[in-house]
Design a protein around this ligand. Sequence first.
Ligand code: SF4
Length: 403
Amino acid sequence: MPIAGRDRLFPRVSDAEWQDWRWQQRNALRSLEALERLIPLTEDEREGSKRTASVFRLGISPYYLSLIDPDHPFCPVRMQAIPVRAEAVAHEGELRDPLGEDLHRPVRALVHKYPDRVLLLALDHCSVYCRHCTRRRITGGAEGGITREELAEALGYLRDHREVRDVLISGGDPLLLSTERLVELLEGIREIPHVEIVRIGTRIPVCLPMRVDDTLARALRRFAPLFVVTHFNHAKEITPEARAACEMLVDHGVPVENQAVLMRRVNSSVQSIKDLMQKCLTMRVRPYYLHQMDVAEGLEHLRTPLSQGIAILQGLRGWTSGLAVPHLAVDLPGGGGKVTLQPDYFIERRGDRTLLRNYRGEPYAYPEPRETDCRVPYDEVFYGPPPRAPAPRRSLRVARRSS
Ligand code: SF4
């Protein structure tokens, strides 16, 4: 039986040190030389680490490193943590800011792209620098950190924008802030009456689960409704430590959701996504999104065809619990926002019947109702008069013709 990663790689580290997230941070592997002392690298990884050194940080917590299979270059943890040559290759059409966030940054620490929600960039560093990171223009460190003054400026923006009801705190990884600093930030947000919900986007339960302790979980609970949105990509990441971190949050009343990213040869099969989603549910983490990889610099080798994501969803829907089926989301390149895709179950319309296929491909008819008026009479009592329909947006084509 192979020796567990921690015993093999860090035999002299005490339990107290291992469980101390600050020890993990201080001892993160940040260079090719440090990495090579512990793991035999392939030539592709060695070259990849050299070629990407000036482009994106290398950083792996000892805990996450201990999950790597030293004997297999396609270990899904390894592929998320160690660069390869392909990451340094540029392709036409790749974007540095694939979601067009910088077009919607009214102040430096905040992105306001959707009508009622914003992204708050709390800091620029992470416990592990994921090779698939699409926000590397920020997490790469080239922008410089986010200062207290910039966060105060973001809170000022929030106070002035009453339409914002949902704040997603991300970065970088917000749970790398000290608990005191995080509480200070959350108190600032909670003082704004129109902010209804807060979300924290974090990979801490995956890459540094020892950061989640009773103190942190209690602190987060104070700010309910607050959701933690984490980022498991493969069942290999669901270790007893990761499970304990997620369950600690849920036990304290903090709901946890998972956003996975679909990556070619990392998790791009029905089997691996189904296993991941099912295991998330066993630790009471709700599968939320399965993201199509963004068209970002250095990530061509990890992208899958759209049809593969749809085929994976087809392999889930009906074949496992509906709770284990995430939304397959495509964040449109250039900032168009998210759209979701799913298999097409529609066959045809026959008179008042619609023919659909079930998850096994068998046809079934759904009889349409005789009455089709779906207005809710009580809406006007409950919500008041209906809002005026927004003016239709002129398409580019129409605008050109009339000019
Ligand atoms: S934790 Fe998130 S922000 Fe940080 S490197 Fe990974 S994907 Fe990027």
